[in-house]
Design a protein around this ligand. Structure first.
Ligand SMILES: [Zn+2]
Length: 700
């Protein structure tokens, strides 16, 4: 094609490259033939060339809209340095500067004009009188309310389409899943756009998650990276400015050159920090808030998330700062489940809170993944390629989980989904599979479909785990534009037709929830089959509450108070009326929670003859009545039960176990129950590799 020869020539003459990177050529040629385009290309995928090259071929001036004023000013200067007439204007640009730009446009002497949303709306009349060749919109996901970085001003861009009706529009985004892509096209009123989606593979980046809790452990994980990469640059993404500042101090104290960077930093300081980082004088940058182009550095060797990001989009955009030179780099997410609470509260307060919460949930699933992390990211963006085998560059693949033939499990879930006409989310799907007739299930008649109760053999936790895996493996996807409902993907349909599906065996992974360190017991419960007494029930109920809290995305105390849980473990109600009558429950909660809690309580209540639980429980112990089994009582029997494990205890546990002591002996030594010891040992076996790397998870 003639256009492509032109494009190739421009690429070589102005930018010095001999060939295009994936998708660039396709996007460019669509723009050159006047079509609207939507290109989703991962960070560092070479998006800007997609509009820079057509801008040099087409007649007139290309308008490039970007939310980052600093970033585009620098980009304009860089283009000028290559001999390309480019300018950047924003809302605060002086009048003289604006006049200069419009004058050059009228004279046909300006190829690219970067503008901010504010400037565009201020000057739309003057701009629409000019010869515009192309309109490129950077960070186009900001136009979609489904995106984590939605901006109200961007939503107004749709109106611009009429103003420049003959001009091709190119929407560019570094991260937008399938539903967001459709919404971007609708919001920007793109005309029959050609949609291009790049690959979200990050072949040179090793992904891992570590679960330390204390500040000191986070620091040691970062120091470990800084030392392993021997002077190679790293960025630590923090949520709060305060964290970035104090981490900078801590790193300096350890002899690492570090600097904090955040939006409120004075301009001259910003320049100093950015220069120091780019020149390699500062090894580690502790950043809070968005980073501009001034911090572009191709040879960043590691990116660390100090706390959980609020979405996979954010995670990917930030991780993409590392390894832009194509050489090996590392991404480490430091995660504790306690990170979730503030993020949930934040998401709840914002617009489209259902979508924000669903995205946060997917981020949590990534953090707690049992599936290859690269594959989980690709599936998230609808990049469902064949991906059998191990990627070789994530912590899950290098220390594989036990795999099971999950074909039947996947088929059950997908067929339930199909039978509801794909109208449900994870929660209802789990209820259907487990045969739980809650309000949502009954009101839609889902209790009458064939798969209702087909998955009773698995626990709720397992189902949620497997459904998360099915999303990560690309057997189903969530549609954020439509109530976060689940959809079967083409890959999923193949499994329904008999293609084999492997899953990682569901396994409780302990990511501490709070410093109080409540349940440490699910692993313990399944490994050790604890005695059926009140303390075991209490543990089970606490666990159940945790699961429900996560599921409903509410704080645990909002589900049921601690005192209520203790009361339930003591009183063991067996029907809904008794359950509702328990202090702190009430009818509304009973309706919501009754099924699940009663299911957990009944086996304990049945104890003896199955009549009055309280009295019949005496089969095992002669004196079991009275108001015992408070947490305090459990602690009296097992002084350390329900307390977080300390580093010292872990060290002792490991030492005792290696020395050949039995579980009961260790339990006695450490003052914990046997189930807890088994659970910890089991987990220790898996975490040992991490422990040796110094990124172990030690409770406060
Ligand atoms: Zn992997």
């Amino acid at each position: 094609m003639a256009e492509n020869t032109d494009a190739l020539r421009v690429l070589k003459d102005f930018f010095g490259y001999g060939s295009f990177r994936p998708l660039q050529e396709e996007v460019i040629s669509a723009a050159l033939s006047g079509e609207d385009t939507l290109a989703v290309m991962p960070p560092a995928g070479g998006k800007s060339l997609c509009y820079e090259i057509p801008a040099l071929i087409l007649e007139g001036t290309a308008l490039v809209l970007s939310p980052y004023a600093d970033l585009v000013r620098e980009q304009a200067e860089e283009l000028q340095g290559r001999g390309i007439p480019a300018m950047a204007l924003c809302g605060s640009s002086r009048k003289a500067e604006r006049m200069e730009a419009f004058g050059k446009m009228a004279a046909g002497e300006l190829r690219i004009l970067f503008v901010s949303q504010k400037l565009l709306s201020d000057e739309i009349a003057r701009l629409s009188g000019q010869k515009i060749s192309l309109i490129a919109i950077e960070e186009a996901q900001c136009a979609s309310a489904l995106s984590p970085c939605f901006r109200r001003q961007y939503a107004a861009l749709g109106a611009m389409r009429e103003r420049f009706s003959g001009v091709p529009v190119m929407a560019l985004s570094p991260a937008a899943d399938r539903s967001t892509r459709a919404d971007i096209a609708a919001q920007l009123r793109l005309r029959d756009p050609k949609v291009f989606t790049g690959s979200f593979a990050l072949p040179n980046i090793t992904l891992s998650v570590k679960a330390p809790l204390r500040k000191r452990e986070k620091l040691s994980a970062i120091l470990d990276l800084a030392r392993r990469h021997q002077g190679g640059s790293g960025i630590i993404f923090c949520r709060a400015v305060k964290t970035a500042q104090s981490l900078t101090e801590d790193l300096r104290r350890e002899g690492i050159t570090a600097a904090a960077f955040y939006p409120a930093l004075p301009a001259d300081e910003k320049i100093k920090v950015a220069d120091g980082f780019r020149e390699g004088l500062t090894q580690v940058l502790c950043a809070a808030g968005g980073l501009g182009a001034e911090l572009e550095k191709p040879d960043v060797r590691f990116a660390v998330h100090y706390t959980l990001p609020k979405s996979i989009e954010d995670f990917l955009t930030e991780t993409g700062r590392a390894g832009r030179d194509g050489r090996p780099a590392e991404s480490v997410l430091l995660y504790t489940a306690g990170d979730l609470m503030p993020l949930r509260q934040f998401a709840e307060g914002g617009e489209r809170s259902d979508v924000s919460l669903a995205r946060l949930e997917r981020m949590r699933e990534y953090a707690e993944s049992q599936v290859c992390r690269h594959r989980a990211i690709r599936s998230y963006f609808g990049d469902f390629g064949e991906a059998e085998g191990r990627c070789g560059s994530c912590d899950i693949c290098s220390s594989p989980e036990e795999q099971i033939d999950g074909t039947v499990i996947v088929q059950k879930a997908l067929s339930a989904l199909v039978r509801t006409k794909e109208q449900i989310g994870t929660e209802t799907l789990t209820d259907i599979l487990r045969g739980i007739p809650d309000a949502d299930v009954l009101s839609h008649g889902y209790d009458r479909i064939k798969t209702f109760g087909a998955g009773r053999d698995l626990s709720e936790y397992d189902w949620r785990n497997y459904i998360a895996q099915m999303l990560q493996l690309g057997f189903m996807e969530a549609d954020y534009s439509d109530g976060c409902r689940l959809r079967v993907t083409p890959l999923g349909r193949e499994v329904l037709k008999g293609r084999k599906a492997e899953l990682a065996k569901s396994r409780y992974r302990e990511f501490r929830v709070t410093k109080r360190g409540w349940p440490e017991t699910q692993a313990a419960a399944c490994c050790a089959a604890p005695p059926r007494d009140d303390s075991a029930l209490l543990g089970e109920l606490l666990d159940l509450r945790l699961q429900i809290a996560r599921m409903l995305q509410r704080p645990e105390s909002a589900i049921l108070k601690d005192s209520t849980i203790q009361e339930l473990a003591r009183e063991k109600p067996t029907d809904e009326e008794q359950f509702a009558g328990t202090e702190g429950v009430g009818e509304a909660r009973a309706e919501l929670l009754g099924g699940r809690f009663l299911q957990a309580i009944r086996p304990y209540a049945r104890g003896g003859a199955g009549t009055d639980a309280k009295k019949d429980n005496g089969a095992a112990q002669e004196k079991k009545d009275g108001p015992d089994c408070s947490l305090e009582d459990i602690r009296r029997i097992y002084p350390n039960a329900y307390r977080p494990w300390t580093a010292r205890e872990d060290a002792l546990l490991w030492k005792y176990a290696k020395g050949g002591m039995t579980v009961p002996e260790i339990a006695e030594k450490l003052g914990r129950n046997e189930g807890s010891i088994r659970g910890r040992l089991d987990r220790f076996g898996r975490m040992h590799r991490d422990a040796e790397q110094g990124g172990e998870e030690d409770p406060a």
